[in-house]
Design a protein. Structure first.
Length: 272
């Protein structure tokens, strides 16, 4: 059989054709490689946490100072969580109505599930990943502590939250009128532009667990707060594909028992 040699020009032509075909189908051939272990370095600072006209537990607005830290560039994905379940012989969480899609954020995880994943990941990698604190999470939503009711300013949203696509499926009035992000449900992580810190989906896609036990704020200045040592409820932060404007605010916080199964999570690390 005669051996065929591909010339460099032909190889380049084939490569370009594959790339163009992928884009035509809406699939960037370099997409879907996001991992939750990709970390963004966040320079700490001092900011005002909370909202004076928010919910009862979002006030008083108080001064928080944070040290430098790392936060996950992306939420933990279904694919990554599946590997954890396979390795530890755990069952996957309840499947959402739109089905498991590997590049979407894992959902229906409890705070305890998130901690079990992190413990397993640390044993596999030798790293010291953790959940972000509530203050760190809000600092990142605020793009380094900027003031404002919404992370995107006074204009239209820039993330996957309750929009026109969502309202068509759920027939809901609690959505951002005039905004259509194209997703009725969750989206593949990294589908939208990152914030100015380089973090994706921090206030959209799916709300997320943080490390803190829930407590009401005080007016005292605090440095690197970790929340109370014990409690009944854990805190969830960030908007979701089904978040109306009120629940998309930078200061919005949820509190639920640690075995409640709905949010997703992302990793964080302290500076060694």
């Amino acid at each position: 059989m005669k051996k065929t040699n591909l010339t460099p020009v032909l190889i380049l032509t084939v490569f370009i054709a594959v790339v163009l075909l992928a884009f035509r189908k809406g699939n960037d051939p370099f997409e879907n490689t996001a991992t939750s272990t990709e970390m963004i370095f966040v320079t700490g600072g001092t900011f005002l946490m909370g909202q004076k006209d928010g919910e009862f537990d979002e006030k008083p607005v108080h001064e928080v100072t944070l040290s430098n830290f790392y936060i996950g560039k992306y939420e933990v994905t279904v694919s990554e969580y599946q590997k954890f379940c396979k390795a530890t012989k755990r069952s996957m969480p309840k499947e959402p109505e739109w089905g498991w899609q590997e590049d979407h954020p894992i959902i229906n995880t409890s705070w305890n599930d998130a901690m079990a994943f992190i413990e397993w990941l640390n044993s596999e990698t030798g790293e010291t990943y953790r959940l972000p604190t509530e203050a760190e999470f809000e600092y990142v939503i605020r793009e380094g502590g900027k003031p404002g009711t919404f992370s995107w300013g006074d204009g239209q949203p820039t993330e996957n939250i309750a929009d026109i696509s969502y309202s068509k499926v759920y027939k809901s009035r609690g959505y951002w009128e005039g905004y259509d992000d194209g997703f009725a449900y969750t989206a593949p992580v990294g589908s939208f532009q990152p914030n100015t810190l380089g973090v994706y989906d921090i206030n959209g896609n799916m709300w997320e667990w943080v490390s803190d036990w829930h407590a009401e704020f005080t007016k005292e200045k605090v440095t690197d707060p970790r929340g109370p040592a014990t409690g009944t409820n854990k805190v969830g932060k960030g908007g979701s594909y089904n978040s109306d404007p009120w629940h998309s605010r930078t200061a919005s916080r949820a509190f639920v028992e640690p075995d409640f199964k709905r949010p997703t999570f992302r990793l964080a690390k302290s500076i060694d």
